[in-house]
Design a protein around this ligand. Structure first.
Ligand SMILES: Cc1ncc(COP(=O)(O)O)c(C=O)c1O
Length: 377
């Protein structure tokens, strides 16, 4: 396998315990959780609950039942956004959002269901909570902000924005795609009502996993209705969590792997965070020292996730990414599904090369990467 610096897209490699858990779910405990009453189905149901408990613990959620399984972070964001909004509502979000937020909101805006205000970051790449406050109107029903930018890695002041939301009585959704599993998350301290996350990035689970934390007092409209294995006599979708939002057969092998990913990450979180921070610092220093390289990630160590975006001279980012690929280094070039972030950085035309680090990357790999980039100058 090449040097893998594309962990912001999906993490690699997955721990052996994750792979074992997926295999076990497909072989030894393969049954439909929450449906039939036989032992294998009960065991499968236990796996789903176990993952929920582990995710809730990682986020400091009050009750595991407030964490619902989704199929990825986009799925969770769709549920949180569409399940929250009504015709005439106003939404405040930021230029740093991924299309998993922006396209959902933009589609609602185009259908004239909602109005939207997008707040730019300050020149340093961080959103100012005062700018969020200033954008609120008496119609504002939702604030959406990313925890960390998937383009620059800049960790946003999500707790302070949460205070703005609380004071204004506005529902608050955080996109945790680049955060949960890579840094501490406490949904209560963040003052958020909804926290969406993928299972396949820093939580080291398989693709096709993710979830949404829903605060106890929040009730969302459902996007999907169907069988839940509960209240089967009734045609009405159940009100109880988590089944209200989990119609149909869940991704048992994925969820089993995600539970193992949580087991791997939880006891090592500070260690993983420190390691990724040190690698990111080395990467950033190495790139910043090169003439003709423009780095877009914030300078301060505590203000960023393990993501470094850059460009080389005036060359297209995809050309650099392809050249690195030919040398056995996997990064992502082009636009990173966050058009307004690229507009802010002035990289809408050529995108940026994104190197995103994971728990198994090494300083030797960072050195090899820097040597490869130097060779392109
Ligand atoms: C900030 C951000 N939000 C949302 C998503 C969507 O995540 P998923 O691919 O799990 O749907 C991503 C994916 O990279 C992301 O970086």
């Amino acid at each position: 396998m090449p040097i893998y610096f594309d962990n912001a897209a999906t993490s690699h490699p997955k721990p052996p315990s994750v792979i074992r858990a997926v295999r076990r779910a497909l072989t030894e405990t393969n049954a439909n959780p929450g449906r039939s009453g036989h032992s294998a189905a009960i065991e499968a149901g236990r796996t789903v609950l176990d993952a929920r408990e582990k995710l809730a613990a990682l986020m400091d959620a009050e009750d595991p039942m407030n964490v619902v399984h989704c199929f990825n972070c986009t799925d969770a964001l769709n549920l949180a956004i569409k399940g929250s909004l009504h015709v005439g509502d106003h939404v405040v979000t930021t230029w740093l959002e991924h299309n998993a937020v922006l396209r959902v909101l933009s589609a609602l805006e185009q259908r004239r269901r909602i109005s939207l205000t997008m707040v730019p970051p300050r020149p340093d790449g961080f959103v100012d909570p005062d700018d969020i406050r200033a954008a609120l109107t008496c119609q504002t029903a939702l604030i959406v902000c990313t925890h960390a930018s998937n383009v620059t890695g800049a960790i946003q002041p999500v707790a302070a924005i949460g205070q703005v939301a609380r004071a204004a009585g506005v529902r608050y959704l955080i996109d945790g795609a680049q955060a949960l599993g890579g840094m501490p998350v406490d949904v209560k301290a963040l003052n958020c009502d909804l926290y969406a996350f993928p299972g396949h990035k820093s939580l080291l689970g398989p693709q096709g996993t993710g979830g949404l934390y829903i605060a106890p007092e929040i009730r969302l409209e459902t996007l999907r209705e169907g069988g839940t294995g509960t209240d089967s006599h009734s045609l009405a979708q159940p009100d109880a969590l988590p089944e209200r939002y989990e119609s149909g057969t869940v991704n048992l092998p994925g969820i089993a792997g995600l539970a193992a990913g949580c087991d791997y990450v939880a006891p090592r979180l500070s260690q993983i965070m420190m390691h990724e921070r040190e690698l990111t610092q080395a990467l950033l220093e190495g790139l910043s020292a090169m003439d003709c390289v423009t780095v877009y990630s914030p300078a301060q160590e505590s203000g960023r996730a393990g993501i470094v975006s850059f460009n080389v001279a005036d060359r297209p980012s995809s050309q650099i990414a392809d050249a690195l690929d030919r040398q056995g280094i996997a990064v992502r070039g082009g636009l990173h599904c966050a058009p307004e972030a690229h507009r802010f950085l002035g990289t809408l035309n050529r995108g940026a090369v994104r190197a995103s680090l994971g728990h198994t990357n090494t300083f030797d790999e960072v050195e090899a990467f820097l040597t490869a980039v130097r060779g392109m100058l």
